[in-house]
Design a protein around this ligand. Structure first.
Ligand code: SAM
Length: 377
């Protein structure tokens, strides 16, 4: 932690001040000491937070149901899933195990690419997914940098769960009706925040396009990294879907309902705090995803919005209640699984955005209106 702090201070001294995105990039992704490149276990009981694949295998099984329908929609040809930031590999494991047992035709046509920047996580994923050799031949590992992906064009689905929220964001603030940027400086003792002009024209342009409901002193975030990601996705995806699962909301709901502090926060041992400049490399820094922004920038790259729903909606539409009914004699499982869809747990905080490219008016089960669903329980 001390080394990372010194490295960030050195960078600030060289440049005078750095953007919050540069700070977050170093805190999370410094090749050796960054939170997501160290040997920390971020997810699970002994980590800092839970993610849906860590809660129960039903999550991955229902994602598999949605992927199979996408495969059918695309005409049952070769289908590549590209999963971003796969942590220990649970989502891939649960999806692929389910597809192998329930959808043998789909299984024949599927390839699964994991894009992972953390070398320790890659190793864990390979241990889980390759050692027992259940679907070894279907998997490959690749990388993503700001220059793009390390694989050829694909037809299929780019899939991510809690990836977009972990990308570095710029922090901005409204002062006297104008948008300014919050930089990170160093006052000789500690980190400090410096309010100054927005760092680039590009960022200024994106702020103007973002239709943010802004009030004086409102802090908000711009995730240029996710914009770059969607641009590269749109170039690699010949035909298919982008499924983004994450916490966040539309721009209006994110900034109108929340306080003025913005949507950046830290997770440490299952507690939330806003002490961004402490425990460097030892705690997660994250920003709720502005899905309006993803929908709008996606359109500019040729990705049409198929639909945007709460995770509770998505899982119920895909059959989580029927699955739960089948295990109703096992209260431990019922208590675990309910966390995935109950509103005060992950159900309403998490959202699912599906976008498509070169597919005509697709209709997908996970997005269908709830009043049209007949529950089979
Ligand atoms: C919050 S974790 C996601 C956890 C996982 N998807 C789950 O549901 O349990 C964010 C992940 O994104 C990964 N990540 C961030 N930038 C990346 C990049 N450029 N390429 C690949 N993975 C990246 C991080 O290493 C980290 O594993």
């Amino acid at each position: 932690m001390g080394i990372l702090r010194e490295l960030i201070i050195e960078k600030i001294k060289n440049k005078g001040k750095i953007t919050f995105a540069e700070f977050m990039q170093m805190a999370l992704y410094h090749p050796e000491h960054g939170y997501y490149n160290s040997n920390i276990t971020p997810v699970g009981k002994s980590g800092d937070f839970y993610t849906s694949p860590a809660v129960h295998q039903m999550f991955g099984e229902l994602v598999a149901v949605q992927l199979e329908e996408m495969w059918q929609t695309l005409g049952c040809g070769t289908f590549t899933v590209v999963e971003m930031g796969a942590n220990a590999g649970w989502l891939c494991y649960d999806c692929m195990r389910y597809i192998k047992s329930e959808y043998p035709e789909f299984y024949k046509n599927i390839q699964y690419i994991i894009v992972e920047s953390n070398p320790h996580m890659r190793k864990k994923q390979q241990e889980l997914l390759c050692e027992n050799d259940i679907f070894h031949e279907k998997l490959s590992w690749h990388s993503y940098t700001e220059d793009g992906f390390s694989f050829d064009d694909v037809q299929g689905c780019f899939l991510s769960n809690e990836f977009a929220d972990a990308l570095p964001v710029h922090r901005l603030i409204v002062k006297k009706g104008e948008i300014k940027e919050i930089y990170v400086g160093y006052n000789g003792i500690d980190f400090c925040e410096i309010i100054d002009e927005v760092c680039s024209r590009e960022l200024k342009g994106y702020c103007a396009d973002a239709e943010l409901p802004l009030r004086e002193d409102q802090i908000f975030e711009m995730n240029l990294a996710v914009c770059g990601y969607l641009n590269h996705v749109a170039r690699k995806l010949q035909r298919g879907f982008v499924m983004t699962i994450d916490y966040g909301d539309t721009s209006y709901r994110l900034y109108q309902n929340n306080g003025r502090e913005g949507a950046v926060r830290c997770y440490y041992r299952h507690g939330v705090n806003r002490k961004y400049y402490e425990r460097l490399g030892e705690q997660d820094i994250t920003a709720s995803v502005n899905f309006s922004y993803l929908i709008n920038v996606g359109k500019g790259f040729g990705l049409e919005a198929t639909g945007f729903v709460k995770q509770s909606h998505y899982l119920i539409a895909l059959g989580i209640l029927e699955k739960l009914n089948r295990v109703r004699d096992n209260p431990e499982t019922v208590l675990k699984v309910k966390n995935l869809f109950l509103p005060d747990s992950m159900g309403d905080v998490f959202k699912v955005l599906i976008q498509h490219k070169n597919v005509k008016n697709p209709t997908l089960s996970g997005l269908k209106p709830l009043h049209t669903i007949k529950l089979g329980i």
